[in-house]
Design a protein around this ligand. Sequence first.
Ligand SMILES: O=C(CO)COP(=O)(O)O
Length: 255
Amino acid sequence: MRRSLIMGNWKLNGSLSMLAEFITSLSDQIDALKMCDIAIAPPAVYLHEAKKQLKNDRISLAAQNVDFNTGGAFTGELSPQMLKEVGAKYVIIGHSERRSYHQETNEGIAKKFALLKETGLIPVLCIGESETENAQGLTQTICAKQLDAILAKCGPDAFKNSVIAYEPIWAIGTGKAATASEAQKVHAFIRQHVSKGKDEIAKTVIIQYGGSVNASNADEFFAEKDIDGALVGGASLKVNDFLKIAQSAVAAKTF
Ligand SMILES: O=C(CO)COP(=O)(O)O
């Protein structure tokens, strides 16, 4: 059975003191959350300190972005190896905020995906459609295009041991989450599209939902069979809300 993965994407938020408080509270509660994997993605500048403060490996670290070069004259960038060295296990790539504010393309994101795999890091590939695309019935077409760029670059086994986060752009930070059944339909499509009939991939690829997940609506998402956790933005900044979301994931797997 796939384990749920609950990941907090702090985006451009947080501080050293918030990090310390967050890690202490999360560590106190972690034993009750055995059935799911937990990760936080603070700004990369805090990863090294986070790694030092984490007392057990039940809480993993994620970075929010990476470069597609391994080193050299690329001012301002961070390589997969650097992120690995400071404790990252996962790296979020292709977030819609990076696609739109930093003009990231499917091809560039595919290069990042390939490099992460080579480095032994787990890519968390964000995909999803805009409000207009959703209204035009293009959700599956857009998701397929974003996934196909990865399959073209990395081959049919690309998504083995990888994570995909379905994040409809219109649901991010808006308080207007997709309904659980809408999300489930897209997740089922994604699973079928990336596995192309290969059981090993269908069974292991983790597909998170992201977009206005909070402590009150998380239960509904985790009750769906193809929703394997959540990539949480705003609600991941408050440790109690984040914990409640993780508890919902645990409850969904234990009855
Ligand atoms: O973008 C997100 C996670 O990557 C979702 O953000 P919100 O949970 O704030 O909608």
